[in-house]
Design a protein around this ligand. Structure first.
Ligand code: FES
Length: 113
């Protein structure tokens, strides 16, 4: 295990539930749920859009086509939608997204990646 320090104070979670950062050249979404930190790849497995969204509890909705991801496991919770009432025709959805252990040390976020 190699935890890497992210130069973001965990105080950020007093204002928001999640934060997008870069760890070892990868975009990673880090969320605080209760007392736990979770980290997940922030590139959507649907069409590769950035998952630039605030976590709602353990769930994060991709702003592009509304796929919903569980940040604890990277599992797909709700399929992406290309049209409002039709599931996406795109093949090859690469779920789950990768997740990483995350923790707080000395007031900063650390991710094992
Ligand atoms: S790219 Fe995320 S739902 Fe389509």
């Amino acid at each position: 295990m190699t935890f890497r320090k992210v130069s973001i104070s965990t105080r950020v979670f007093s204002r928001r539930s999640s934060i997008l950062t870069w760890v070892n050249r990868r975009p990673v979404l880090v969320a605080k749920v209760g007392d736990s930190l979770y980290a997940m790849d922030a590139v959507c497995a649907h069409l590769g859009c950035a998952v630039l969204a605030e976590a709602n509890g353990t769930q994060v909705t991709c702003p592009a086509h509304e796929a919903v991801w569980d940040i604890r496991t990277g599992a797909l919770v709700a399929e992406p939608k290309v049209h409002p009432e039709m599931p996406c025709e795109e093949e090859g959805l690469r779920a789950p997204l990768r997740t990483y252990p995350a923790r707080e040390r000395d007031g900063f976020i650390e991710v094992d990646l």
